[in-house]
Ligand binder design. Structure first.
Ligand code: NAD
Length: 364
């Protein structure tokens, strides 16, 4: 495994290998870019087959966080951590406390949070050892479940897509198909129902579907049929890679806008959507509400301010759609360009001024 060439490929700043065999901790922290501010990203717990697989994953995820923070207008960089192990059997207090000490050793260059297979409780153990952790429970003064803010961000992002595609962001009479009505999907249904949209939902969890049927009058759709519905918006809110060679030709909706991470199986699928004249709201731009929510906690959580900042996702998407149209490039490429541009400008600002604020405010 050639670590430096793996880091060099995408310009990662720093990688920390955490090794405490007595405690059972084997973890990697990756910091991609701190031009905009301290790196922030969740800590995953996963039983990777090889160390190389873990490193590849953490480098990819850390870079993704740089783009997400930048497009969301936050003063944060991109980082991520992975703890290698079985989440069912290997988790315990001192493993997380040991991880917390490594995070603390970075002096704030990396801020951790919960992620796949880690919980608020795990992060509370981490918090015993460092203050560089966010996404703590409400009871301890944290922000709690981020999904209502994520859903709100997706809702305002859908409005931007509607007005770009149809010249009006009125949901009355619009049909929206939602794949996955879990934490975010459920809250999204609530906003859409309130705005007058007609809902079609699918989920592998029958209870989740029943709840959406009962509370929002949603119509149930069987699995794969969700792609082929004659609706205005298709909203992927479940797993990644739902936009691929097989599904894109079947999508009838003129807009794809949803919360799921990594919706495009490959980045070239963004171009396939454009070719089919489907307006795509890039996932990491429209689902940034969750990150906005935890970033807010860094300054003392204020729910109203978090929602206000998430409202900015509308403006961000309008800028992405405009660049995509003006330059005739896929929306995911337009989003990447805007995110990179913001980082470049901040780097220029830093070279023009000898000193920068020690801890810039978060948000717009
Ligand atoms: P969740 O686990 O609460 O909900 C996901 C739902 O999708 C579940 O109800 C699950 O049963 C369903 N599902 C799984 N596979 C499916 C399939 N093949 N077909 C249909 N339904 C399926 O997760 P969530 O927190 O609502 O997040 C949803 C997506 O949004 C994820 O991709 C997540 O990474 C992303 N996201 C979430 C947040 C957040 O604040 N929670 C923030 C940013 C991005």
């Amino acid at each position: 495994m050639d670590v430096f060439s793996m880091m060099g490929r995408r310009n990662h700043e720093e990688v920390v290998f955490c090794n405490q065999p007595d405690i059972g901790l084997k973890a990697i922290i990756a910091i991609h870019d701190t031009t905009l501010g301290p790196s922030l990203g969740g800590c995953r717990f996963y039983d990777y087959a090889t160390d190389e697989e873990a490193l590849t994953d953490v480098l990819r995820l850390a870079r993704g966080m740089t783009y997400k923070a930048s497009i969301a207008g936050l003063n944060l960089g991109g980082g991520k951590a992975v703890i290698i192990g079985n989440p069912e059997t290997d988790k315990h207090e001192f493993l997380f406390r040991a991880f917390g000490r490594y995070v603390d050793g970075l002096g704030g260059r990396y801020i951790t949070a919960e992620d796949m297979n880690t919980t608020v409780k795990d992060m509370e153990w981490v918090r015993n050892e460092t203050r560089h952790v966010t996404g703590i429970s409400k009871a301890l003064g944290g922000s709690g479940d981020p999904s209502p803010v994520t859903a709100f961000g997706v809702f305002v992002g859908m409005k931007a897509a509607l007005s770009t595609k149809f010249g009006s962001d009125d949901f009355n009479g619009r049909k929206v198909a939602i794949q996955g009505v879990g934490h975010v999907g459920y809250n999204l249904c609530r906003y859409l129902n309130g705005a007058g949209a007609q809902l079609f939902v699918t989920d592998v969890n029958a209870e989740a579907v029943t709840r959406a049927e009962k509370e929002f009058g949603a119509k149930q759709v069987d699995g794969e049929a969700i792609y082929e519905l004659d609706v205005d918006i298709f909203a992927p809110c479940a797993m990644g890679a739902s936009l691929n060679d097989d599904t894109i030709p079947r999508i009838k909706a003129p807009i794809v806008a949803g919360a799921a991470n990594n919706q495009l199986a490959k980045s070239r699928h963004g171009a396939d959507l454009l070719k089919r004249d489907i307006l795509y709201a890039p996932d990491y731009a429209i689902n940034a509400g969750g990150l906005i929510n935890v970033a807010n906690e860094l300054e003392g959580y204020n729910r109203e301010r978090a929602f206000k900042q998430a409202e900015g996702i509308h403006e961000t998407l309008m800028a992405i759609f405009k660049l995509s149209r003006d330059e005739d490039i896929p929306a995911n490429e337009a989003s990447d360009r805007l995110a990179e541009d913001r980082i470049r400008r901040m780097a220029q600002l830093k070279t023009s001024f000898a000193s920068t604020p020690s801890r810039p405010r978060q948000g717009r």
